[in-house]
Design a protein around this ligand. Structure first.
Ligand SMILES: N[C@@H](CCC(=O)N[C@@H](CS)C(=O)NCC(=O)O)C(=O)O
Length: 203
């Protein structure tokens, strides 16, 4: 398998899950400005959507979209801990992935387009806060160690990656004590440390 990624982008969640499942995989960095890969390939020819992540499962067989790639990779976990194979537990993981992808990811993405006025920034921070407040409350009211039950999984990796962006956009994460506790636990995982190091995000 090969993951097309950009350092620190949402593709980091797939990178983390690849490290968790103990498979051989390659990485190829994508320059999202020029849409070329580090090997000089035209990225549009690999993923016509132009964005990361893209997972090459076999030569020429490409899977895109976080909500498809993350459960696909997680189900390859030999211990079957990352995502339940069926039933409500699996649906709960997909429920979180849907929320993170279509709500929280979009709210952060506003900062990665054209520069925002101060007023637009305040509105965008407020939207991120509204979405995080839901997570803080829902997760805080559960007895779970992770977003779904007590097992780390793709939704935790995705939330970790999205909230990593707060610093770069000047958004204050400190009020979210439950989310921060979860983030700290996720950050300690070897899979996360290795992925971040391999993407050049930490020494
Ligand atoms: N719907 C896509 C969105 C992926 C996405 O937004 N990727 C960003 C990085 S986090 C990207 O590549 N942006 C560059 C671009 O759209 O050209 C998914 O969930 O996989």
């Amino acid at each position: 398998m090969k993951l097309y990624y950009a350092p620190g982008a949402c593709s980091l969640a797939s990178h983390i899950i690849l490290n968790e499942i103990n498979v051989d995989f390659d990485l190829e960095r994508v320059n999202l400005k020029t849409h070329t890969t580090e090997k000089g390939a035209d990225y549009y020819a690999i993923n016509p959507k132009g964005y990361v992540p893209a997972l090459e499962i076999n030569p020429g067989l490409i899977l895109t979209e976080n909500v498809a790639i993350l459960p696909f990779l997680a189900q390859h976990d030999p211990k079957q801990d990352l995502i339940p194979p069926s039933g409500l537990g699996r649906a709960k993981v997909l429920e979180w992935l849907g929320y993170l992808n279509s709500e929280l990811h979009d709210a952060y993405a506003v900062f990665f387009g054209a520069p925002l006025s101060d007023e637009a920034k305040e509105k965008a921070y407020a939207e991120i806060d509204r979405l995080l407040a839901y997570i803080e409350k829902a997760f805080g009211e559960s007895d779970n160690d992770y977003l779904v039950d007590d097992n780390f999984g793709p939704a935790d990796a995705y939330l970790f990656v999205l909230t990593n962006w707060s610093k770069g956009i000047g958004h204050d994460l400190t009020p979210y004590t439950k989310i921060n506790a979860l983030r700290n636990k996720v950050a300690e995982r070897q899979s996360v440390q290795i992925a971040m190091r391999d993407e050049g995000l930490i020494p």
